[in-house]
Design a protein around this ligand. Structure first.
Ligand code: ADP
Ligand code: MG
Length: 261
């Protein structure tokens, strides 16, 4: 399988060349609810980092800040050596192209065919020709096992198929980093394995950097280079999966893992 990603060296900034994502002192509040409080987090190029932790601890908020769907109240976010926050809108648009996201609720465009779901952003945002975008889209639909669904509307597909389209749509932008937010938690149990197998495959066979939020501990153990245990807006423990799942230091981590396993 080959999924090309647009891997480019850092062009500016002070981040080390291997560091792809850096959050420094990031604070995010909703009203008087401080969800992230001076969070520092970094992900190196090509690594697969998993965020685990209780519901409401701020995991989705981190991914949304990286997708620029929300803005921090303080701190800085750098991607591939380029400032994402704070930064002028023009730079933000450039940096955002490096990031793809798959959401819990698929978020496909319901009134467009599957193929058009995959070609829309590459044509509009990257300036690909319609032919180029369609060629890329067909390759990706083949990769996710849905080559025969090009003309279907997303609502005619099962949840598992929709989520595989969403993965293909994210990859169609050839992002350097893929953000995955509990991508199987809205699926019927029998559809979960197919989506996780696809993501395992992508993790194994591409150089794409991944930042995942998941409650699927077996999946996290398989694909992660590093697991971050997140609680109340901060990372309370970080380490390789063997350590975090096998011999965690923090009682909070132990309790969480035994509750979700
Ligand atoms: N758009 C929003 N408006 C108000 N509060 C929000 C919003 N998004 C998230 N929150 C709050 O921020 C906290 C963290 O949410 P979230 O990042 O979704 O947590 P997680 O993904 O870890 O479950 C929760 O208390 C949630 O209610
Ligand atoms: Mg969430």
């Amino acid at each position: 399988m080959s999924v090309e990603t647009s891997k480019q060296p850092a062009v500016s900034g002070t981040a080390s060349p291997t560091e792809l994502i850096r959050l420094e002192g990031v604070t995010k509040r909703f009203g008087d609810n401080t969800v992230l409080d001076g969070l520092d987090l970094s992900v190196d190029t090509g690594r697969h980092v998993t965020l685990i932790g209780p519901s409401g601890s701020g995991k989705t908020t981190i991914l949304r800040l990286l997708m620029t769907l929300a803005k921090p109240d303080a701190g800085t976010i750098t991607v591939d050596g380029q400032r994402l926050f704070p930064a002028p809108e023009k730079e933000v648009r450039e940096v955002r192209k490096k990031i793809g996201m798959v959401f819990q609720q698929f978020n496909l465009f319901p009134n467009m065919s599957v193929l058009r779901n995959l070609t829309e952003a590459p044509v509009r945002v990257l300036g690909l020709s319609k032919d180029e975008a369609e060629e890329r889209a067909r390759e990706l639909l083949d990769l996710v096992g849905l080559a025969d669904k090009c003309d279907a509307r997303p609502t005619r597909l099962s949840g598992g198929q929709q989520q595989r389209v969403a993965v293909a749509r994210a990859l169609a932008m050839r992002p350097q980093v893929l953000l995955l937010d509990e991508v199987t938690s809205a699926l019927d149990p029998e559809l979960v394995a197919g989506v996780l197998d696809l993501l395992r495959d992508i993790a194994r066979s591409t150089d794409i950097t991944m930042l995942c939020v998941t409650h699927e501990m077996g999946f996290a153990r398989d694909i992660s280079d590093q697991v971050l245990m997140f609680d109340a807006g901060r990372v309370i423990e970080a380490g390789p999966p063997e350590k975090i799942f096998g011999d965690p230091e923090q009682e909070r981590t132990r309790d969480f893992i035994s509750a979700v396993l």
